[in-house]
Design a protein around this ligand. Structure first.
Ligand code: ADP
Ligand code: MG
Length: 224
């Protein structure tokens, strides 16, 4: 479950302003976020993930007010509970596919990297068609393959919240649906909430609700 109350956010530079009075996404809900470029969709995902904190207001995830946690606690909470697929993927170029997928286990000491985790990583890679590329370095992958590695890395900890920025942006129709199938399967299996930013109107009918970012953008206009 994600609940946002009276959120206000500004970057240190520039005049972008985000104001969300109330937004609630239920556990297990599948929500797509659409809206014009620059309206703050990525910013919102980063706030929900606790990568950035709001100037004021609250962000609550599974009963935990993530916006009130200290830095290192917030980071560990994110890695253990939230699967994030960034718009730019953020793979580590000097690691191979398997190690990129297993990265959450290396950066959060509360997660145990055991045989089960490695097998899970391989199964996930198979499910999105990159099972034969586990030993390949990230910088030797196509954009679509990089994206699928990022999806596997987000799923490997069995998160209860999945945040995905443009999940199908670089993919052809077959791989688009494969990636979505993996995301939705994982969400089903773990009763996870799924929030995806997308420009792709072909995939909107796979979601239960579509939030149009224009409503928040309108607030920003009137507040400035
Ligand atoms: P979207 O994902 O909807 O395209 P973003 O959330 O990336 O939009 O950006 C929203 C606005 O915030 C844009 O105007 C962008 O230029 C601005 N912005 C993004 N990152 C920063 C930053 N680090 N500092 C200042 N402004 C930023
Ligand atoms: Mg964006």
């Amino acid at each position: 479950m994600v609940e946002i109350k009276s959120l206000q956010f500004r970057y240190d530079e520039g005049d972008f302003f985000l104001k969300i009075d109330h937004l609630k996404v239920a556990q297990r809900e599948r929500v797509a976020i659409v809206g014009p470029s620059g309206s703050g969709k990525t910013t919102l995902l980063n706030l929900i993930a606790g990568i950035m904190i709001p100037r004021s207001g609250q962000i609550v995830i599974n009963e935990v007010e993530i916006s009130a946690l200290h830095d290192s606690v917030r980071r560990d909470f994110r890695i253990a509970n939230i699967g994030l697929v960034f718009q730019e993927f953020e793979l580590l170029e000097y690691l191979n596919v398997l190690d990129n997928i297993l990265l959450p286990f290396r950066i959060n000491r509360t997660l145990r990297l055991n045989r089960e985790a490695r097998e899970h990583a391989a199964v996930l890679a198979d499910s999105v068609g990159i099972g034969n590329k586990l030993a390949r370095y990230a910088n030797h992958l196509s954009q679509g393959e990089r994206q699928r590695v990022a999806v596997c890395r987000a799923l490997v900890v069995n998160p209860t919240l999945l945040l995905v920025d443009e999940p199908t942006g670089n993919l052809d129709a077959v791989n688009k649906h494969r990636v979505l199938d993996s995301l939705f399967d994982c969400a089903n299996k773990h009763d996870a909430t799924l929030i995806a930013v997308t420009h792709d109107h072909d995939i909107l009918d796979r979601f239960q609700r579509v939030i149009d970012f224009k409503q928040f953008y309108a607030h920003a206009d009137s507040a400035s």
